[in-house]
Design a protein around this ligand. Structure first.
Ligand code: UD1
Ligand code: CA
Length: 478
């Protein structure tokens, strides 16, 4: 039987059965009323299909995984091709049974095939392995994974041969079910294991004599029953893992379940998350111990956060790497940025791609950055734009400083060397370099390089008109 990839199965004399996984992902997803293929909708920050593929690759190598694509095949293929899986084209989508018909040539070299639904992302590798092992132990032609659901509506129902045994007589789709059958709470998950020779020895017996005029894979149960071949069901102890995404409300429900599960996993690992039901954390996010996440935080993509950090409410942090001991105050937006240890950011800072904040540095409120490299201990605390800029260590950037990096056609660089003091409300017109230890007087417009240790004043001298205001007031009265 299949073993999780990574663990090598010990060589035995009798040949190990060859196991493939087929993932059905060719359908349109009509019930979503979407312009995009169902399997490319996202839950937990990843496409539904990507979750299923991740599970599959933990059971068999990618070369033995066949994704059956059809509706918007090119888009679906492009979205998941990097996983290294194989593809089978189901040009016309004539049902789940038809999906397996078109995969016959690809699956012929295998002994067993595990069939997964590309629209049910919560299934775990452990359950797939259990299904596979149960299938072998039963010597069945077909084994399906079933679940008892409180609300089974919309799913196919499992008709058992007897109340006690594991054998199945048929699967009845909701539309064809009698009122009595509709009361059955044991549903067909859409995950199966088949003996490949048995499947293709009998798949020709499927017909389209049903509500949708499609070939239903579920009808293989009755087909095998008639051919006196064994059909078994294995009931999962975790019914939630089989839930599908036929409707928008189901996508949102699954997304919520995944996010909450992620929060609980992180809490198990030593992260404090207040009001976890308000936080959105993608599945690939990593967080170190003793970090505190305040309510209403979103951590997306491949974001990595160190230990002993605190992430303030209403922050949305995407693909960003944050070192240990960093304080992110509320309302920060970050994309593709890096923050070194013990730095402080926010409230309301916006870090755009290419921002790299040094150890112990401070970015304050209403500071926007893009392609900024800021050295150790430097500060830009208020109302500032720093783009295409390199800042050394121990620099103080005054309130309202703007780097003018764009001349209407090209972007230019600003370089601010170690220990510089930039007075408030200065504009630095790039390309420009401020030498080590220099001072920029407040409200300067700096258009030329400033040598080290000098003072640059780039503004008009103040004029004073004594008594001017008094005269104006007297003139008004008379
Ligand atoms: C299917 C089962 C139902 C089960 C449910 C579990 C059938 C007839 N019914 O119903 O018993 O309870 O799953 O979620 O199988 N697909 C193709 N090619 C096609 C048609 C569908 O690849 O021609 C793919 C879809 O993209 C989808 C999967 O197969 O990923 C299941 O199809 P879907 O239409 O969602 O089946 P359900 O109505 O949910
Ligand atoms: Ca479905």
């Amino acid at each position: 039987m299949a073993t999780p990839s990574g663990k090598k199965s010990s060589p035995s004399r009798s040949r190990l059965p060859r196991v493939a996984i087929a993932i059905m992902a060719a359908g349109k997803g009509t019930r979503l009323k979407s312009r995009h293929p169902k399997v490319l909708h996202e839950v937990g920050g990843k496409t539904i299909l990507a979750h299923v593929i991740t599970t599959a690759t933990k059971v068999v190598p990618a070369k033995d995984i066949f994704v059956i694509i059809g509706h918007e095949a090119d888009r679906v293929r492009a979205a998941v091709a990097s996983s290294g899986v194989q593809f089978v084209l189901q040009a016309e989508q004539r049902g789940t049974g038809h999906a397996l018909m078109v995969a016959q040539e690809a699956l012929a070299p295998y002994d067993h095939v595990i069939v997964l639904s590309g629209d049910a992302p919560l299934i775990t590798p452990e359950s797939v392995l259990k299904l596979s092992a149960f299938h072998s132990s039963q010597n069945a032609a077909m084994t399906l994974l079933s679940a008892d659901l409180d609300d089974p509506s919309g799913y196919g129902r499992v008709i058992r041969k007897s109340a006690k045994g594991s054998e199945v007589r048929a699967i009845v789709e909701e539309k064809a079910a009698s009122p009595q059958q509709k009361r059955i709470r044991e549903i067909n998950s859409g995950f199966y294991a088949f003996s490949v020779p048995a499947l293709y020895g009998h798949i020709g017996a499927l017909s389209t004599d049903n509500a949708h005029r499609e070939y239903y894979l579920t009808d293989m149960a009755a087909v095998f029953q008639r051919a006196r071949k064994k059909v078994a069901a294995m009931k999962t102890p975790v019914p939630a893992e089989v839930l599908g995404t036929n409707r928008r409300s189901e996508i949102v429900d699954l997304d919520g379940r995944m996010r909450l599960a992620k929060c609980h996993q992180l809490m198990e690992e030593g992260v404090t998350i207040f009001y976890p039901e308000t936080c959105v954390i993608d599945s690939d996010v990593a967080i170190g111990v003793d970090t505190v996440i305040e309510p209403f935080v979103q951590l997306r993509g491949t974001t990595k956060i160190g230990s002993d950090c605190s992430i303030g409410s209403y922050s949305v942090i995407n693909n960003t790497e944050i070192g240990d001991g960093v304080v992110v105050l509320p309302g920060c937006i970050m994309d593709d940025a890096r923050i070194a240890l013990n730095a402080t950011v926010g409230p309301y800072s916006r870090l755009r791609p290419g921002t790299d904040i040094g150890e112990g540095a401070h970015l304050g409120n209403f500071v926007e950055t893009k392609k900024l490299k800021m050295g150790k201990g430097s500060k830009a605390n208020h109302l500032t734009y720093l783009g295409d800029t390199e800042i050394g260590e121990g620099v103080n950037v005054g309130a309202g400083t703007i780097t003018c990096n764009y001349d209407g056609a090209h972007k230019h660089k600003t370089i601010i060397e170690d220990g510089v003091f930039v007075g408030s409300d200065s504009t630095l017109v790039a390309p420009v370099r401020i030498g080590k230890g220099a001072y920029i007087a407040a409200a300067s417009c700096i258009t030329e390089d400033v040598p080290a240790d000098s003072l640059a004043l780039g503004r008009a001298r103040q004029t004073l008109k004594e008594g001017w205001a008094r005269q104006k007031r007297t003139a008004r009265k008379s």
